[in-house]
Design a protein around this ligand. Structure first.
Ligand code: SF4
Length: 613
């Protein structure tokens, strides 16, 4: 029998542990951990939980929930990592093998260490550096190390079997420890310097080399001093491509997160000794669980996979089970680790930088995906468009409290929302609530400006059926707009009869009206085309509703204050300027209200009394 939240949740234990959500075939679709299993699962089905997208998926797939009890939350964390690796559930974040990144590895515990280039760090006690995004970056790093720090680059087998040094020795890139009596301590010193260099602790390394250079010069070992001078120059040159982002000279990983519906992007900025030395970006789909849960699971997987744990891990929100996670990270690092959610200072700035990078990486990935997957190409074909609809603008007219009209525009680029281009239009010329006339006014304003500035979209979607589309086509003709496609997107309707045999509401399919074509195009369910068009329309409605909310707040401020004798337009504006919102004004004391320009003590008391709930 499928999982029934009303009865089955109560049967779950309240101990810590992991839960495995399974589909009808018994396959694991999601693994989570919790300090209290029953409470955690209940959260998914609570009215106030922020898991709507995930719950939609669960409605479709969830059949039963199995649990594994552990003795504490940290054990649950370790078990979760194992279970995700074993089952690879479709709705969990999964740390995929990232073939695009390379790392450098040095095992400084062995005799005559060398540098290896590897794909993935392992927990084998060696030191790992990176990730390096490009082969050229790793080549230039290795070149600098070979030229100035002279570590061997041969493999262990060659090293053991050499009877004389190789070319590296001839060109002064290796002291030849394979056969020559090289000073072991001096070689280890070189290794330690390379480690400092690769760890990004280049200021520290520069200070050491400078001291050595001065000492060598003072002792008239000029060749040695010249070598240190060259090393210094090379390090200083390499510092230029590492941006200083933090005055605190510690190692920090900074997590940024950006999401749209079920699509999610995580970016980790790697800050070493205050310098930004690299970043990692991971994209996921079908992720509907809250940020705190995603961050906790992802962080657990990321560091358990062998990635070096820094002194501090900065997160935009507190991850689920933060204390247990911090304890686990300290175990992996073998010393203290701080897991922080900074609210101000350099940490907060770094978080903002990580979140901007996550947003950027998200759109970059979606653009590439849209082109790669051909979703836009299919939409072009299906709607018989002249252009590939890279930039789509959707226009919607809605009414506030049955009277106040609002026109809104949402924009998708590369198949994903571009929120910075959304806007609301105040209707200037139309009296009353004539939808068609308002749509006409808004489109004329948009297209006139676009024609003047040479900035037009590939496709305009008007929210509505034939009537709205005809208005748009007439505007296109009046303004001689060419090279832009236009379609009407009609809402799905409740069909005759209203409900199906199971009692569910029966709706028509989504319909798209094309200019000059009598019958609308019906988009097939579960296709990218339908997903894109419904996402566009939902986004337009969501955006209109947020504006209505703002209007309501604004109106309340006015209407509440209007009722207080002695508060006219000027004083109302002064109060709004001073407090910013009705909520803050309500919380203000009489003295604080009296400080507002034009409001004396007497009026301040009247306002305060009028606003007390
Ligand atoms: S000189 Fe010897 S130790 Fe150095 S790279 Fe060549 S073979 Fe290896």
């Amino acid at each position: 029998m499928p999982f029934d939240p009303d009865t089955d949740i109560e049967r779950l234990p309240t101990e810590p542990g992991c839960y495995l959500m399974r589909d009808a075939d018994g396959g694991v679709i999601y693994v989570g951990k919790a300090a209290n299993l029953r409470a955690r699962v209940r959260q998914y089905f609570g009215a106030t939980s922020d898991t709507r997208y995930f719950v939609k998926l669960l409605d479709q797939f969830l059949d039963r929930i199995d649990v594994l009890i552990t003795s504490n939350e940290k054990e649950a964390l370790i078990l979760e990592n194992e279970l995700i690796k074993r089952h690879q559930p479709r709705f969990n974040v999964e740390l995929k093998d990232d073939k695009n990144f390379l790392h450098l590895r040095i095992d400084d515990r062995v005799d005559w260490p060398r540098i290896d280039v590897v794909r993935r760090p392992r927990r084998d006690g060696a030191k790992y550096f990176g990730p390096y995004h490009s082969a050229s970056k790793i080549r230039s790093t290795l070149k600098l190390v070979e030229r100035h720090f002279k570590l061997r680059n041969c493999d262990d087998l060659s090293f053991k079997n050499r009877s004389r040094p190789c070319l590296q020795y001839q060109i002064k890139r290796c002291p030849g420890p394979c056969v020559l009596p090289v000073d072991r301590e001096a070689y280890q010193q070189q290794v330690a310097e390379v480690v400092l260099f690769l760890q990004g602790r280049r200021d520290e390394l520069a200070r050491q080399l400078e001291a050595k250079m001065r000492a060598a010069a003072a002792e008239m070992r000029y060749e040695q001093a010249a070598r240190h001078r060259d090393q210094l120059k090379a390090i200083e040159g390499s510092l230029e491509d590492q941006q200083m982002v933090d005055l605190r000279a510690i190692d920090r990983d900074v997590f940024g997160l950006y999401r749209e519906g079920g699509l999610l992007q995580v970016v980790i900025l790697l800050v070493r000794r205050g310098r930004l030395v690299g970043s990692r970006a991971f994209g996921f789909d079908r992720q509907g669980t809250p940020d705190a849960e995603v961050l906790s699971t992802f962080c657990n997987l990321f560091y358990n996979a062998g990635n070096p744990v820094p002194h501090e891990v900065l997160m935009p929100v507190e991850p689920d089970g933060a204390a247990a996670l911090q304890e686990r990270l300290a175990e992996l690092r073998e010393t203290r680790v701080a897991l922080k959610v900074p609210q101000r200072g350099s940490g907060r700035k770094l978080l903002e930088m990580a979140s901007t990078n996550a947003e950027h990486a998200f759109f970059q990935a979606r653009r590439e995906e849209a082109v790669r997957d051909g979703g836009l190409v299919r939409l072009k074909k299906k709607l018989r468009l002249a252009n590939l609809p890279y930039r789509i603008e959707c226009y919607d007219i809605s009414l506030f409290q049955g009277a106040q009209p609002v026109a809104s525009r949402v924009v998708f680029e590369g198949g994903v929302p571009k929120r910075s281009a959304y806007r609301h239009y105040k209707i200037r010329e139309v009296e009353g609530t004539d939808d068609f006339a308002m749509m006409r006014e808004v489109l004329i304003r948009r297209l006139q400006r676009g024609l003047a500035e040479g900035d037009l979209p590939d496709l305009i979607v008007v929210d509505g059926g034939k009537g709205q589309l005809n208005v748009a086509v007439a505007v296109f003709e009046d303004l001689s707009v060419n090279g832009v496609d236009v379609v009407g997107l009609a809402k799905s309707r409740v069909l005759d009869g209203g409900t199906g045999p199971d009692g569910a509401v029966v709706r028509s399919a989504e319909r798209v009206f094309l200019p000059g074509v009598k019958d609308p195009i019906v988009l097939r369910s579960h296709t990218d085309e339908l997903f894109l068009m419904t996402h566009l329309r939902d986004e337009a409605h969501r955006f209109a509703i947020t504006f209505h909310r703002k209007l309501r707040v604004g109106r309340n401020f006015e209407s509440v204050l209007d009722e207080i004798p002695g508060v006219g337009i000027a004083r109302r504006k002064a109060l709004l300027r001073h407090f910013g919102s009705l909520k803050r004004l309500r919380r203000a004391t009489v003295d604080a209200i009296a400080e507002v320009e034009g409001i004396g003590a007497h009026l301040a008391r009247s306002i305060h009394e009028a606003l007390v709930d």
